[in-house]
Design a protein around this ligand. Structure first.
Ligand code: URA
Length: 222
């Protein structure tokens, strides 16, 4: 067994909760005790646990769904954005997943005003200039172009404030509705609006892989 890269041979050794423990070269984790809740956040709900102005928050929804753990949202969705939001009481996972450095991919379905012409798509693909620098999507797929609106799936790995809305504003196709379809390995799927489910075993393993990779990268850079 290795703990933090050091070989440990004594039976019954104790290790810190966040130690990197390897047995036969594989990372092992303690029995999972954390909560990973997946919410379909509706429009008109704040991504905070408390709102001084008394608006509805994601805390109201997770508590109503029976989640008693002290979870916090991982990253943020705007008040006027709906879609998949992960909440957890696992601080390390929350920190890593919301840190722009680790570039977790997020996919949004944007309904934008007007007929999206190939020129505007090209401009977004090449990266549009926002106040704080250039932003390019990881992927972009035009789903439908109608007379008044177009539907686009856009994947980004940054998380700048109102990033998707601002990217489409630059090309004169303001967003009229925004739904997050995917956050890293977690898909919105058919989860009803306002409902909460637990992350599946497969989703939790995928989340932990992201954290393990981030840890390993941190150790390399240390
Ligand atoms: N981009 C936005 O513009 N809004 C969100 O809520 C998330 C990403």
């Amino acid at each position: 067994m290795r703990v933090g890269g050091q070989v440990v041979r004594e039976l019954g050794s104790s290790v810190d909760d966040d130690a990197r423990v390897e047995v036969d070269g594989r990372i092992v984790r303690p029995v999972q005790t954390h909560t990973y809740a997946v919410l379909h956040k509706p429009v008109g709900v704040m991504t905070t646990m408390r709102d001084p102005e008394g608006r509805r928050t994601v805390a109201d929804l997770v508590r109503r769904a029976g989640v008693t753990a002290r979870v916090v949202p991982v990253g943020r969705l705007d008040y006027d954005t709906s879609g998949v939001l992960l909440l957890t009481d696992d601080g390390e996972t929350a920190n890593v997943l919301s840190h722009p450095r680790f570039g977790v991919e997020k996919t949004y379905r944007a309904t934008v005003r007007g007929r999206l012409e190939p020129g505007a798509v090209e401009r977004i693909l090449h990266g549009v200039r926002l106040d704080e620098g250039r932003a390019s999507p990881a992927q972009l797929r035009v789903v439908a172009v109608r007379r008044d609106v177009s539907l686009v799936d856009i994947t980004i790995h940054e998380g700048r404030n109102r990033q998707v809305r601002r990217m489409f504003e630059v090309v004169d196709h303001p967003v009229v509705a925004l739904v997050r379809l995917r956050f890293g390995p977690i898909a919105l799927g058919a989860l009803p609006l306002g409902a909460v489910r637990s992350a599946t075993e497969r989703e939790r393993s995928a989340l932990h892989r992201v954290v393990d990779e981030a840890r390993a990268a941190g150790a390399e850079n240390a």
